[in-house]
Every structure is written in structure tokens, then in C-alpha cells.
Design a protein. Structure first.
Length: 573
């Protein structure tokens, strides 16, 4: 249940803090006062799409914060626990900030969360029925969504099994269609792949060959200079009474001195060690010098080979290893193409096997939907009786469409989609003696509103949602139908928290809490405010709704009478 809502710098709202209680909360106000902006703010709090346009002019950010309370064991609490969010005393604070730059920040109980996490938990917090949502009854694809949602406990497991097989079925069917119907493209691709493979094979590449060639090129390109430098180094070490010979002489002289003074023993050892190291270094320099060859012809061969490898890299991979891996993948694809007929036969066999299993799952899912359709239609029909459509008949048709290229189910080829083999359609006969026809073709605006209210009430019961918001659910109705909607909202509010925006006095009179939304303007700014109304203020507000801008004693008396009747009705309910 929503306990409190705080909004700052959102559209024309500068700062508003509203407390909500149980029962029916009604929001009224002049057109353009900002009633729908309040719903927009709640939608944004629940993860709705944000826009920098929502930020009040001249402000850096908009802030929306909601305090929710749940009963122990509520689904929302379990979801938050799985997300690692701590909840104390079954209360949750959700906060969303929207910067003028468009950046958004979401927090649940002070812990930063992603927008995706917020949207995941949002359906368990509040169910919002927008102004024009009843028009979705005109869209046939939504009917299946509602039916499946109503029977989620039975539908979900069956649909999961169907979906797994359907994905496999489509993957095999797509591959089979490609192999079977794109022969010309396949021949062209085979020619291209064969050319690429031949080019790579003829290059006779070796793993890491390019790296080895680069090293050799580096040695060869500096070969002449390298030989001269090594020769000079060697001569410096061993030639013409220099280098090692001088060190050897020093060793001998120091050894002679040791007979007279032992203090030079350590110095003698150091010079002797240096002599052996220089001698070994000279040997290594000479050996390496003898291996160096300056071969211009070999250098030219290396440059040519590296050019060839680089050309292949530009076409097939960033390294020799990647080129060789690409060649292996080409061989696999060519093998599959060259064995096309056997591949087609194999795919056809697999498709038949999967289709048999898919047909069983699709038929089972369809049967479950038909059972649920009967229960949902009966529930909607009962709700419509309470909405002044007591003689209306309501049915939900679950049928299939034949398709020569479709899935064979019980001997008939049927159209199959990711949702199954079914098409779901809501049918209604508003008056006795009329045949059942699609809701989308015959229902009036007022009837659509009442059918949607019935749907929302039933689905909220099925989904165990504490808070429901109706944004002008009474659009297109008046008179007895408006009274019926008002009474229905009262009944629903006895089981859960209901917030409703309305222009109808019949609905407003039923409020347990009545909030008026007003727009205040001066030379510098426009601001929307929300005020909880006292009894006398409610009388004035209802009088305004009854009589327009002119509030008279007559309209006030009518308002008082309407409030008295509403209290009597609520007491009976």
C-alpha cells in the first residue's frame, strides 16, 4: 500500500507531499490542474520512461519518493530480498531522481538499483489504469496477455515448455529453409569460400610464422653492421696485448705479490674472476659473430613472404593463427554445403521429431487457455453485472487458424507463433437477443471503460496487488453507469487501496479521502498543489462538479444529498 508520496520540481509541481490511507482516495480538479501529472510522477517512480522535459523549468533535477507498506509474505518483499535489499518492518522507500541532463538515479531503501530492477518489482507495487487504456480492448493481441495473466499459475509452466520447443523448432526450420530455398546464393558462397580456402592453403602458413620472420628480418637487416660491431668487440677483448692479456698479466703479478702480503688475496680473486668472465665473453662474442650472415637475397625473400602474410591478414584475420582458424571454419561450412542433400534429410527428420513434441505442448497450452477462458469470462460477466451491465453476455473465444505450412496438431495444419497456436478474442452481447460479437467492433466507450474496470479488478485479485490507480476510468459514462462504476470502486476499495482521478460527482462522492488538485499562477511561476478536503470543502468541490463554475446553494444542497447517499451506500457495503 502506498502510504506517502513526495514530489519535487516535477513538471509544474514545485513540491507536494501527499499521505494516502486505505479505502478509496479520489482526486479531482479542473482540467489542466495537473491531475495526470501526479499519475505520471507515480509511473516514473515505478520505472516509467523518464525525460528531461519532466524537470521543472529552472531546476537541476526532479525528485519523486514513495513510502510503501506491505503485509508479511507479499511477493514484492520476496523479490527485494532476492535482490539483496534489506527491508525493515515490511516498509519500502522508493526514490527516483531525474536530472535536467536526462540522467536518472533509482534507490530502494537507500540502496542504488538499476532501472531494470525497479521495473521488475514495480508490477507488485501498484497497478495503474491510464486514461486511454480501455482502448487496448480494441487490440486483439492484448486479449491473450490478459487471459494468460489471469491463469498464470497454470499457463506459465505449460508456456515455458512450449517456448523451449518452439525456439528449437524455429531454428531447425530456418536452417532448413535457408538450405532448401537459397541454392543460388549457396553456390555463389561455395565458390567464394573455395577461393578463400585455396588462397590460404596455397600460402602454406605455419603457426607464429610471421613473428619468426620479423625477428629474422631484424637480424638480417642489421647483419653487416652487427658483424663489424661484434668483430670490434672481440678484438678489443683479445687482440694486440689489450683486454684479456692485460688482465691475465695483472693476475700473474698479483699472484706473485701474495707470497709477501696476504692482504691482496681478495683483490687477486676479483681480478682472476674478471679474467675468466672476459675470456668466456670473448668466446661467446666470437661464436655469435661466426653465426651471422649478411644475406641480401634471404632478406628479400623474407620481405616478400611478410607482404603475402599481411595481405592475407587484411582479408582473413589479425594474425596467422586467426587466418588458420578461419580456414578451418571454411572447411566445416563447405563440408556442410557439399553434403547438402544429406543435411536437408537430417534437418527434415529432426524437424518432424520436434514438431511432434511441439504439437503436444501446443495442444496442452491451448486446452489450458480454453479452460481459463471459461472462468475469466464468467468472472468478467459477474463484474459487469455490478457495473450496470447485468444482462450482458461475455465470452472469450480461443480458436486456431489453419495454415498449410503450419504445425500439424491432431491431424490439422495450424498457424503457430511464439505464443502458441491460439488466437484469443473477447466477445460481448451487451443486450438480450443480440449475438456475441467482438468487443472491438460493437462496444461503446462507456462499455469499454466498464469492461476494462472489470478486467483490472479481476487481474488485481489474481496478482494480489495492494494498490490500484484509475486515471479517469469513468471516461464516456454518465447517469446510472457512472453510479455503478462509483459503487464498484467502493467495493474494490474494501479489499485494497484505490486511487481514482475523476470528473464525475457520483464517483467523487464515494471518497474515503478526497484530494483536490489546483494550479496556482502568478507573474513569475505556475505551481500545482494538492489539498485534502474537509466535509464543507468537499461540498463545494462536488457542487462545482455538478454545476460547473457557478456554485449555488442549490448545487451545494445537491452535493450534501449526494454525500449522504454515498455514506449510506458505503455503510451497506
Amino acid at each position: 500500500m502506498l502510504l506517502e508520496l513526495t514530489i519535487r520540481n516535477f513538471a509544474v509541481i514545485k513540491e507536494v507531499s501527499v499521505s494516502f490511507g486505505r479505502g478509496l482516495t479520489i482526486l479531482t480538479g479542473e482540467t489542466g490542474a495537473g491531475k495526470s501529472i501526479l499519475i505520471d510522477a507515480i509511473s516514473l517512480l515505478l520505472g516509467g520512461r523518464g525525460s528531461a522535459d519532466y524537470v521543472r523549468y529552472g531546476c537541476k533535477k526532479a525528485e519523486i519518493e514513495g513510502l510503501f507498506e506491505f503485509e508479511a509474505g507479499a511477493p514484492a518483499l520476496s523479490m527485494l530480498e532476492e535482490m539483496g535489499i534489506e527491508v525493515e518492518e515490511n516498509t519500502v522507500i522508493i526514490r527516483r531522481e531525474l536530472a535536467s541532463t536526462g540522467k536518472t538515479v533509482c534507490r530502494i531503501n537507500g540502496q542504488m538499483v538499476t532501472l531494470g530492477m525497479l521495473r521488475e518489482v514495480a508490477p507488485w507495487l501498484i497497478n495503474i489504469h491510464g486514461q486511454h487504456e480501455h482502448q487496448s480492448l480494441m487490440q486483439g493481441d492484448r486479449h491473450m496477455e490478459w487471459l494468460d495473466s489471469f491463469g498464470d499459475e497454470k499457463v506459465a509452466p505449460a508456456f515455458r515448455e512450449f517456448s523451449k520447443l518452439y525456439a528449437k523448432y524455429r531454428q531447425i526450420a530456418s536452417e532448413l529453409e535457408y538450405i532448401s530455398t537459397n541454392e543460388r546464393e549457396m553456390v555463389q558462397r561455395m565458390d567464394m569460400l573455395k577461393f578463400q580456402l585455396q588462397e590460404i592453403v596455397e600460402a602454406d602458413l605455419k603457426p607464429l610464422e610471421d613473428e619468426e620472420l620479423i625477428k629474422e628480418r631484424k637480424r638480417l637487416s642489421g647483419g653487416e653492421k652487427l658483424v663489424h660491431s661484434l668483430e670490434d668487440a672481440y678484438r678489443s677483448l683479445v687482440g694486440d696485448q689489450r683486454g684479456i692479456d692485460w688482465v691475465s698479466n695483472a693476475v700473474s703479478h698479483l699472484e706473485t705479490v701474495l707470497e709477501y702480503d696476504e692482504e691482496l688475496k681478495e683483490t687477486h680473486q676479483m681480478v682472476e674472476s674478471a679474467f675468466y668472465q672476459l675470456e668466456e665473453a670473448a668466446r661467446l662474442v666470437r661464436a655469435y659473430r661466426d653465426t651471422i650472415e649478411f644475406d641480401p637475397e634471404r632478406l628479400m625473400q623474407i620481405e616478400s613472404r611478410l607482404d603475402e602474410i599481411n595481405r592475407l591478414k587484411r582479408k582473413y584475420g589479425l594474425s596467422v593463427d586467426e587466418i588458420l582458424e578461419y580456414a578451418a571454419s571454411i572447411e566445416d561450412e563447405l563440408d556442410s554445403m557439399e553434403n547438402r542433400e544429406s543435411r536437408i534429410a537430417e534437418l527434415q527428420k529432426r524437424l518432424r521429431e520436434v514438431a511432434l513434441d511441439l504439437a503436444v505442448d501446443a495442444a496442452e497450452l491451448s486446452q489450458i487457455r480454453k479452460q481459463i477462458a471459461v472462468a475469466l469470462a464468467a468472472a468478467i460477466e459477474q463484474e459487469l453485472k455490478e457495473l450496470n451491465m447485468g444482462r450482458a453476455r461475455f465470452e472469450i473465444a480461443v480458436h486456431q487458424q489453419e495454415d498449410e505450412r503450419g504445425l500439424e496438431v491432431n491431424g490439422t495444419k495450424l498457424r503457430v507463433t511464439a505464443k502458441g497456436i491460439d488466437t484469443v478474442e473477447f466477445l460481448i452481447a451487451p443486450n438480450p437477443g443480440e449475438p456475441l460479437r467482438p468487443v472491438s467492433k460493437i462496444a461503446s466507450g462507456g462499455e469499454l471503460s466498464r469492461i476494462m474496470l472489470a478486467m483490472k479488478t479481476i487481474l488485481a485479485d489474481a496478482e494480489n496487488i495492494d494498490t490500484m490507480i484509475f486515471d479517469e476510468v469513468d471516461t464516456g459514462v454518465s447517469g446510472r453507469a457512472a453510479q455503478a462504476i462509483a459503487e464498484k470502486l467502493v467495493r474494490v476499495s474494501r479489499r485494497r487501496q484505490v486511487l481514482s482521478i475523476t470528473h464525475l460527482p457520483q464517483v467523487a462522492s464515494m471518497a474515503d479521502t478526497h484530494l483536490r488538485i489546483e494550479k496556482h499562477m502568478n507573474d513569475n511561476e505556475t505551481e500545482t498543489k494538492v489539498t485534502a478536503l474537509s466535509y464543507e470543502e468537499r461540498v463545494v468541490e462536488l457542487a462545482r462538479m455538478l454545476g460547473g463554475a457557478q456554485v449555488t446553494e442549490t448545487t451545494k444542497n445537491n452535493a450534501r444529498e449526494m454525500l449522504a447517499q454515498a455514506e449510506e451506500l458505503k455503510a451497506r457495503k
